[in-house]
Design a protein around this ligand. Sequence first.
Ligand SMILES: O=C(O)CCC(=O)C(=O)O
Length: 318
Amino acid sequence: MHNPPAKDLESIARQGGRFKRMAVRIPTYLTDLKENPAWLPMFLLARTLPFRQMHWFATRQAVEVPVSGTSMFEGVERRTVVDALRADGIYPGLMLPDRIQREIAEFACNTGCYGNFNRKLEFVASEHAEAEARFGRPILSGHLFERSLDCDAVMAVQRDPLLIDVARQYLGGQAKVITTRIWWSFPTQASEADRSLASLDKYHFDLDDWRMLKFFFNLVDVDEGTGPHVFVKGSHRRRRVRHQLTLLVGHPANEVLDYYGQGNALTLTGRAGSGFVEDPFGFHMGTVPTRKPRLMMEVGFGVSKPSRRRFHGEPVLR
Ligand SMILES: O=C(O)CCC(=O)C(=O)O
């Protein structure tokens, strides 16, 4: 018997990692399937461009009149946002009013969050180091889950007319809110499994619905050391066959950037309050902070019945 060449060993190790990453998500997939059997065809087929297109033509509902009311995003043209989304998959020019950003950040600083999606690991963000010592493990993320909805400023963003108008124009008339969350990511020595669970440091696309749109807001100043979000422009509409005919949503950076273009990777740094809206079928990832914690908010839209779990952005853990 001969030893396999080093390259084979590497790829075997990499496969092991991939299967581990998928295994972590199995309880979540099973819960989604039990709650909504229509999840399965979506999960299998929504990764392919032809089936996405068929679903779009078969289910798209007409857009009603725009939602009335004043938006907090002054001077942002809905048409400009939707055109950028269609072309690039992202519109990076949103800014929360200072008052709203401050209110959400203060709320997040004063409210307990749950580490690594685990409700047994509760702490306030300023006590991150003590929490790691107390629980005896690295804590990469701190989610506020349903507590996010107790903040009036969070709800004001979720209900802003610009968000729903853009979502309806981009996704069709049935677009509805499916996630609203605020969460921290912390500089720490995170394991591969924790990084995967937090969708950090791995280019991936989201497959929670046939069509989705996510509004993200940096709630603290975000620079290269604060774990900025990265999005690969154009990867939402031009898709390598290999990235359609695979069960995996995460792919190595070199494979993604070689195909979609290094120059198309947009790093979303910005001052507190800066925001962007993206089509999460495009490849994207958060990165692990190296210097200071990042506080982020997301309002996500979809076109199907939202699962109860997704409303809090919470994977099911066993
Ligand atoms: O933390 C981030 O910036 C990325 C979040 C993400 O990948 C997602 O919501 O799908």
